[in-house]
Design a protein around this ligand. Sequence first.
Ligand SMILES: CC(C)(COP(=O)(O)OP(=O)(O)OC[C@H]1O[C@@H](n2cnc3c(N)ncnc32)[C@H](O)[C@@H]1OP(=O)(O)O)[C@@H](O)C(=O)NCCC(=O)NCCS
Length: 392
Amino acid sequence: MDARNIGLRNIEVADTKICSIDGENGKLIYRGYDILDLVKHSTYEETAYLLLFGELPTADALADFNRRLVEARGIPEPLIKILKNRPRRAQPMDVLQSCISELADYDLNIEDNSKEAHMRRAITLIAKIPAIVTAWNRVRNGQHVVDPLEKGSHSANFLYMLRGVEPSAEEAKVLDICLILHAEHSFNASTFAAREIASTRAHMYACIGGAVGALSGELHGGANVQVMKMLQEIGEPANVDKWIANRLQSGGRIMGMGHAVYRTTDPRADVLARLSARISREKNNKWYEITKRAEDLTQDWMKKNKGQVIYPNVDLYSASLYYSMGIPMDLNTPIFAISRIAGWSSHVIEEKFAEAAPKPVLYRPKAVYVGKYCGPMGCEYTLISSRQEQTT
Ligand SMILES: CC(C)(COP(=O)(O)OP(=O)(O)OC[C@H]1O[C@@H](n2cnc3c(N)ncnc32)[C@H](O)[C@@H]1OP(=O)(O)O)[C@@H](O)C(=O)NCCC(=O)NCCS
């Protein structure tokens, strides 16, 4: 096959009204609005509304949306019992994926395929994913599961359910910005997985469960955990140069660097770098300094040795930022999911209910069958008694 198209690179698979990425100029647009304007003026809840409904809400519409989110924040008691029966070593992304499937059991109208029912499911999932992530973290640490706040922002509620103590307004705002930045990113691997599953007419929970699985991989959302592991392994600013040189010279990758679409700075990474610098300074820790040095050294090495520049992506500075906020390292990727559910569910709805032509159809890409040693059109079947070890 054409090497330019490996991994579906450069292949257009659908029309979308949800998101646009200009990888050459480092611009990210949600439903027509620049991400940097949303970071400056919006909230995660308003951004989620925008992604789902396609327009910025009026004050009344946003109040109603917030009310629906707050009302749906809790998770069913049997789900908490299931969590209590899981081995404590279970990984948070695995727990999240299976709990999303479980939520389908509590959807009393699971066979309702209307757009309204899907909107309702989207709101349910946006509201409940933070509760699943925080409940698991508390259960695995032997703590009681706290009930959600009956008011307050999405980010403040997440931090409260995680710690059992309400966060400061400043801290909740930092997380709110992170959630806005992670909410949507066009046809990345997890969103494509969700849309691909939606194209089979599977229900919302099946689509989102698949997306969570795709997000968990270290080349996608899982990179933010790997970045923090790298920072811990480096340990001290004085060790960065040697560590990065060793990793790159041995052909390894620096997690949090490089992107399949951006050929310049990822606008999200810029915002996150500033937040990471600020929080590291406030906490008087070394994590921003180590990350920045790792970024600079990786760029220099790539320029010198491969003649190309790679830039930090969304995962580089979110790792040090969340760690500085005292969030357990392996919740980095679940936090990504807490935010990205807004984008995923909007895409599932677009996939299922797009009105404009061309209408989506069942995804079915083509593979180039390159055959095996006995030729492309098949091998002659031999009985097991007469088979010998192949030496190919
Ligand atoms: C995200 C990623 C898969 C995008 O990849 P891509 O644009 O398709 O680029 P490729 O994987 O084709 O890499 C192009 C070249 O740059 C190198 N490269 C890309 N990202 C790199 C990284 N993070 N560290 C070291 N080298 C890297 C590759 O080794 C490759 O070199 P080669 O041509 O000599 O083989 C890649 O940058 C990566 O693995 N990054 C680290 C994981 C990560 O942070 N993922 C989160 C993404 S938001």
